[in-house]
Design a protein around this ligand. Structure first.
Ligand SMILES: Cc1cc2nc3c(=O)[nH]c(=O)nc-3n(C[C@H](O)[C@H](O)[C@H](O)COP(=O)(O)OP(=O)(O)OC[C@H]3O[C@@H](n4cnc5c(N)ncnc54)[C@H](O)[C@@H]3O)c2cc1C
Length: 401
């Protein structure tokens, strides 16, 4: 065994010694890291965060590497269903926040996964090749002012009138509505039908008449405005229902299906990437900063905090990539994806806060990335299904009475 007895400091070496990462994914990581050095220098990323935006041209250059095709089958212009590799892309990009990881998710995950899994054949042919080229971004319209975890209770209504569908209601916390080509709205499509049989997903372009977007000021993930989207008699076609006319009232089946299981991994990979960046920064800072005549990493309390953070991160990595591997194999991964979202979402907060303390006052300074990691990590156990909701999912999937 190489380097026996010496636990390698660098995460790359941990991967190569202990994890069964496919070689094409390791090469992809190297490509993404070179891209980040070139296109996402730290100071530029800080400025995007201050400006509450991201540069579309940088995302387009990322897309030109072909990574948006990782969630799209070859027959639709992608490179196949390689969730492991797509998660690695998010993990790497998130070391510099959500500035480019965010739009990647809006394209490859919100678009590629949902349309690939649940779209009609004509929707697949229309959207997937453009998604694979990074030309389309999507937003999620799930939450509402009075609906969070209990998504089966959405009240935004969809009424059929021949081949037309009329939409009314408000979506809340809709991130990216301003740049999205289409918002994937969960709607109540049959108010008389029993719970779970009355929901549909509708693809709604946000520039349609009757759509109003209002920004919400909030903590963290500033790459895009998170918004209220108000729909007043907005008219779309029955062909805009996800799955086409056959998708009418099939929303819950889609919501509980493999696309959203896999989709939990995307925000989990962001949480992991941010925690990994925090550990790297704290590890480096602890060797530069000297107090009481020595490097602070030589003080045992700091040293132990660093090692604890690194160890938790290592556990997170295994959970994330195990679930991603299952998803790539198209094996059931509902429990593992929820466990990863739960454990990594919560543990990443612990890791980042521990790392912030190692930087002392500089962990609170705007000019240091740690301050952004803290802001961003706080939303991870909430978005994409809260930690409690993941616990409920796991208990019910494991048939706990
Ligand atoms: C920055 C940001 C961006 C977001 N982006 C989007 C987006 O793009 N699209 C979108 O649709 N949504 C988005 N959301 C909304 C997010 O998905 C919801 O906040 C999340 O689903 C939780 O819903 P809620 O906040 O309404 O909490 P609630 O469901 O009201 O829950 C409040 C608390 O009660 C707990 N709780 C609720 N029900 C149960 C239960 N049955 N058992 C145990 N505990 C329970 C929860 O865990 C939580 O702690 C975003 C949120 C934020 C903060």
């Amino acid at each position: 065994m190489p380097n026996a007895g010496v636990f390698p400091a660098s995460e790359d070496r941990i991967v190569s010694y202990f994890a069964d990462e496919p070689s094409h994914v390791t090469q992809l990581r190297e490509t993404i890291r070179r891209f980040m050095e070139r296109e996402m220098p730290r100071e530029a990323v800080r400025q995007w965060d201050r400006d509450r935006t991201f540069p579309m041209e940088v995302f387009r250059r990322l897309a030109a590497t072909g990574v948006c095709g990782l969630t799209v089958e070859e027959e639709y212009g992608g490179v196949g269903h390689d969730i492991f590799a797509a998660v690695a892309v998010i993990d790497e990009l998130s070391r510099r926040g959500m500035g480019i990881a965010g739009p990647y998710i809006h394209c490859a995950f919100y678009g590629g996964l949902n349309i690939g899994e649940n779209g009609s054949e004509s929707q697949r042919r229309a959207f997937l090749p453009r998604i694979a080229r990074g030309e389309m971004l999507f937003a999620y319209g799930l939450s509402e002012p009075d609906v969070g975890g209990d998504l089966a209770s959405v009240t935004m209504s969809a009424r059929r009138d021949g081949d037309r569908v009329i939409l009314n209601g408000t979506k809340r916390w809709c991130t990216g509505a301003r740049f999205a080509d289409s918002i994937l709205c969960l709607v109540r499509s049959d108010s008389a039908a029993p719970r779970y049989q009355n929901l549909s997903f509708v693809l709604v372009p946000p520039h349609l008449p009757g759509v109003t977007i209002v920004d919400i000021d909030h903590l963290g993930i500033r790459y895009a405005a998170t918004t209220d989207v108000i729909f007043e008699d907005v008219e779309v076609s029955i062909d805009d229902v996800l799955g086409g006319p056959e998708g009418w009232n099939q929303g819950w089946r889609m919501l509980a299906g493999p696309a959203l299981d896999v989709e939990k991994l995307e925000i989990t990979a962001v949480a992991y990437g941010i925690a990994a960046a925090a550990v790297d920064d704290a590890w480096a800072y602890s060797q530069e900063r000297r107090q009481f005549g020595k490097q602070i990493c030589a003080h045992q309390a700091v040293r132990h905090a660093l090692v604890e953070a690194k160890t938790k991160l290592h556990a997170c990595r295994h959970m994330l990539y195990h679930a991603a591997w299952l998803a790539t194999q198209r094996r059931p991964c509902s429990v593992e994806a929820s466990m990863a979202k739960l454990f990594i979402g919560d543990t990443a907060v612990d890791i980042v806060l521990a790392c912030q303390r190692i930087l002392g006052a500089y962990g609170c300074a705007e000019g240091y990335d740690m301050e952004r990691y803290v802001r961003d990590i706080c939303v991870m156990p909430i978005v994409g299904g809260s930690s409690n909701i993941q616990k409920n999912n796991i208990a019910s999937r494991l048939r706990l009475p």
